[in-house]
Ligand binder design. Structure first.
Ligand code: GPP
Ligand code: MG
Length: 296
C-alpha cells in the first residue's frame, strides 16, 4: 500500500486538537480514504445517493429466488433500493424535525443519509467524518445539488465536533459507532443536543447473551478495521449520558434477505458469509435504537 498523506493527518480540530488522535484512528481514516468498492460506487450511481450502510426489506421475490437470471445492473438497483429503505427507516425515527432545526450525521460517509434527511425535513444538515476523501466527495455532491451551505460535511472527529452546545435537534449514526468509544461518543452527543433532542442509531452489535465475540464477528471487525460493541454497551453508555431509549428495533431478520442477495451479486466483497453466519447463529444483531436526551 502506498502511504498518502491526507489533510486529516495535519488538520487541527476544535480546541486545537488534531482530528486524528491515535494510530487506530489514522488506520480507520486510511481505510475510508482508499475505499472505492463497486458495492458502494455502482449502487450510488443508480440515482446519485451514495450509501455506506446495508439494506433492509424484501427484494423482488423472483430475484431473491434466482438472482442469476437477472442482469447485474438489475440486482444492483434492487440492492440500492434496500439500502435507501434502511436510511428511510432511520429517518422515520428522528421524530418531528422542523426546517429550522439542525441535524448532525456523525460518520457521514459519502453523504447519502444526509441528503435524504435534507429532502425530507428541509433542515440544515452537518456531517462529520475523519476521511478527507469522503468529506470532499460529499461536499462535491452538495455543490452539485445546489445545497452547499445547507448540507455541509466537515473533516472532524465525531468525538469532538466543535459545534456549539445544544445546537442540534437530531443526531444519527448510521453504522459508525463501532469505530469509537460509546461513552465518549454519547457524551459529545449529550453536549450537542438540545433538551428533548432525538438520537437515532443503526448498528451491528454482538450478543452478550450468547457470550463474547464470535469468529464471524471478529472477521467483520478485521474486514472494516472496526471494534464491534456488545449490545449491553449501547444501553449502559446511553443511560450514563442522560439518554432515554424510546424505540429498540431488531432489524436482523429484515436485513438477512439483503445479505443473501448481495452474496450472489456481481459486487459481493467476501464479507457476506460472515454477516449471514453471525446473524443466523444469533451472535450478532442489526439494531436500531432511538433515544431522547433529557440532560440539562
Ligand atoms: C459501512 O458500510 C460498513 C461499516 C462501517 C462496517 C461496520 C458495520 C457493521 C454493521 C458491523 P459500507 O457500505 O461501506 O460497507 P460495504 O463496502 O461492505 O458495502
Ligand atoms: Mg455498502
Amino acid at each position: 500500500m502506498t502511504t498518502t498523506h491526507h489533510a486529516a493527518d495535519r488538520a487541527v480540530g476544535p480546541a486545537a486538537r488534531p482530528v486524528l488522535r491515535s494510530a487506530y484512528q489514522r488506520s480507520v481514516a486510511a481505510y475510508w480514504n482508499n475505499e472505492k468498492d463497486p458495492v458502494n460506487i455502482r449502487l450510488g450511481e443508480v440515482d446519485g445517493l451514495f450509501h455506506h450502510h446495508y439494506g433492509i426489506g424484501e427484494p423482488d421475490p423472483a430475484m431473491a429466488a434466482d438472482p442469476g437470471q437477472f442482469d447485474d445492473d438489475a440486482v444492483i438497483v434492487e440492492m440500492h433500493r434496500l439500502e435507501t429503505a434502511q436510511a428511510d427507516l432511520l429517518l422515520d425515527y428522528l421524530g418531528d424535525i422542523r426546517p429550522e432545526d439542525r441535524l448532525l450525521d456523525a460518520g457521514s460517509g459519502r453523504g447519502g443519509t444526509s441528503f435524504m434527511a435534507r429532502q425530507r425535513f428541509g433542515a440544515r444538515v452537518d456531517g462529520v467524518s475523519i476521511s478527507e476523501t469522503q468529506v470532499e466527495f460529499a461536499n462535491d455532491q452538495a455543490r452539485e445539488r445546489g445545497l452547499a451551505g445547507e448540507v455541509s460535511f466537515h473533516l472532524r472527529n465525531m468525538l469532538d465536533t466543535g459545534f456549539p452546545d445544544a445546537s442540534f435537534q437530531g443526531i444519527w449514526t448510521n453504522e459508525t459507532t463501532m469505530y469509537v468509544d460509546l461513552h465518549q461518543l454519547f457524551g459529545e452527543f449529550a453536549r450537542l443536543l438540545s433538551y428533548g433532542g432525538r438520537y437515532v442509531c443503526i448498528t451491528g452489535c454482538y450478543n452478550d447473551v450468547s457470550g463474547g465475540r464470535s469468529p464471524s464477528v471478529r472477521h467483520i471487525d478485521q474486514h472494516y478495521r472496526c471494534d464491534i460493541h456488545p449490545r449491553s454497551e449501547y444501553f449502559r453508555a446511553l443511560t450514563a449520558n442522560n439518554f432515554v431509549p424510546i424505540n429498540v428495533v431488531d432489524l436482523t431478520g429484515p436485513t438477512i434477505p439483503y445479505w443473501e442477495l448481495r452474496s450472489k451479486s456481481a459486487v459481493a466483497t467476501g464479507i457476506e458469509e460472515p454477516f449471514l453466519t453471525a446473524y443466523r447463529e444469533g451472535s450478532f444483531h442489526y439494531l436500531l435504537i432511538a433515544a431522547d436526551y433529557i440532560g440539562g
